[in-house]
Design a protein. Structure first.
Length: 171
């Protein structure tokens, strides 16, 4: 649900653009919704579209083009693993599969405890450091071999008070 306070934040972003270009604030409005709700629902897209005077499909195209916008609720830690060609050639797919086994989930899923969401990512722009991943759209992790992946996941689990190690496979 988008509140009047949220719309006031939209207004501050829209004010940065000439009136005839208010649609330019679409990414800022999506970021506000994501910050407040953790994800961007189709209902939120509709409100943004109406607020900016643009078709809802145009807002949806922005939401789906960028992987920084979550289209469904995610875990506390969103792990985006690059699987584009340079990372593939340097074990990006193996990193993704290792995380799937360690977390007990498939790509696109969230762990039952709500801690981790695992996603495949388009190029993150650090090909020389591959395989790479992005944690919570903010922290780039480079040269992610299995040991580093284990350390990262176990460290995040411990920081949350959860037991480190591999999640039991689902039946």
């Amino acid at each position: 649900m988008i509140t009047e306070a949220t719309k006031a934040r939209f207004a501050r972003e829209v004010a940065k653009y000439p009136p005839e270009q208010k649609q330019s604030a679409v990414m800022a409005c999506l970021a506000i919704v994501q910050q407040e709700q953790g994800w961007v629902s189709t209902e939120s897209e509709a409100v943004i579209a109406e607020y900016l005077g643009m078709p809802q499909i145009a807002v949806h195209e922005v939401t789906t083009f960028y992987n920084m916008y979550n289209q469904q609720p995610t875990g506390k830690f969103k792990l985006n693993v690059c699987t584009n060609l340079p990372c593939q050639l340097r074990d990006g797919q193996k990193a993704l599969h290792h995380l799937e086994k360690k977390l007990g989930i498939a790509m696109g899923e969230t762990t039952p405890d709500g801690l981790f969401t695992l996603q495949q990512s388009e190029c993150l722009g650090a090909c020389a450091d591959s395989p790479v991943m992005l944690v919570n759209d903010r922290t780039m992790c480079s040269f992610m071999d299995n040991d580093k992946l284990d350390q990262l996941v176990d460290g995040l689990r411990q920081a949350e008070g959860a037991a480190p190690g591999r999640v039991e496979e689902r039946a």
